[in-house]
Design a protein around this ligand. Sequence first.
Ligand code: NDP
Length: 334
Amino acid sequence: KRQWTLAKRPHGVPSTDEVTIEEKTIGELPPGHLLVENHYFSLDPAIRGWMSDAPSYLPPIPLGEPVRSTVCGKVLASTSDGFAKGDLVYGMGAWETHGVVPAEFFTKVPEDNTFPLHYYVNMLGAVGLTPYFGVIEAGKAQAGQTMLMSAAAGAVGSIGGQIARLMGLRVVGMAGSDEKCRWVTDELGFDDCINYKTCGDMVDAIAKACPEGVDLFFDNVGGEILDAALMNLNSDAIIVFCGAISSYNATEPVPGPYNWWQVLARSVTIQGYLIKDYFDRFPEGQAQMSEWLNEGKIQFKEHMVDGFDNTLDAFSLLFSGGNEGKLMVKLEAA
Ligand code: NDP
């Protein structure tokens, strides 16, 4: 098999010195394991965090091991009850053509599934369910509120904004190009979108787009955007702290937020949010997402990169804004 191995802890955006392709033999299948032929990798910003050794919610990827990632594919062999050769599965694997993985990390795609397999690393997997539980549960979204969404044209942001719209919120996005902003307003129905690269003073731009202030800030970015949002929050606002992509490749400690005092001044609740806390509620979220997809109520873009060898180059698109929607790699076996 072939795998992308973490050779060194990356400094900045990971390079091919730090993450390298290696050939490995497929080992024995211990009891309770699956041999999975991977068909799709999900490329997620969080993977960059798992490559570093700072303390976090999952242990760092050990040096010499393949890069951890959600994947989906086909079972080639199983030593676990409940899985059989030929089953389609999704779960926590790695950037490798084949994985020998603990069966408890994987879920079988339901037999009556009518969606393409890769939806299980997108809309029907952690990516779609992050904004689902994030907006509804962590954000306690209520009709009539104003929600501000950073990285609004990305996988999580674009879905979260549409869910909030379906719930009756006014939704304002922030994205890195006019084209992305047009997509979220004209196609997805966001009420407004700020191009944070060209808007000038971000505090003023948010104030203009959110004349009644922000009740719910769903933050994927951190940094300057978080600071500008803090100046526009209403009393008792909630911040769903979902990610901080602006600092994932930082090579120095990141200062700020500078406007932290506003949290106190406006009695703000900051909710650190992890989709892994909602794993046992996935079936409920998947049922609702499937219904919305079938009814055409949620739209999304997929950025599919072909070929195992292109994985690392594709990964860097997340940090330059080069991805258009959910970034995935389609492997040769798919
Ligand atoms: P996206 O599809 O949103 O891709 C990342 C986007 O982030 C880029 O396209 C870019 O868009 C934007 N971006 C990158 N760098 C910066 C920067 N310096 N400043 C502002 N924007 C930037 O990725 P995902 O939807 O997969 O992930 C979005 C966020 O959600 C991440 O922070 C991720 O870690 C988080 N997440 C959290 C989970 C949880 O359980 N807490 C689970 C899944 C994701 P643009 O062109 O607009 O700049």
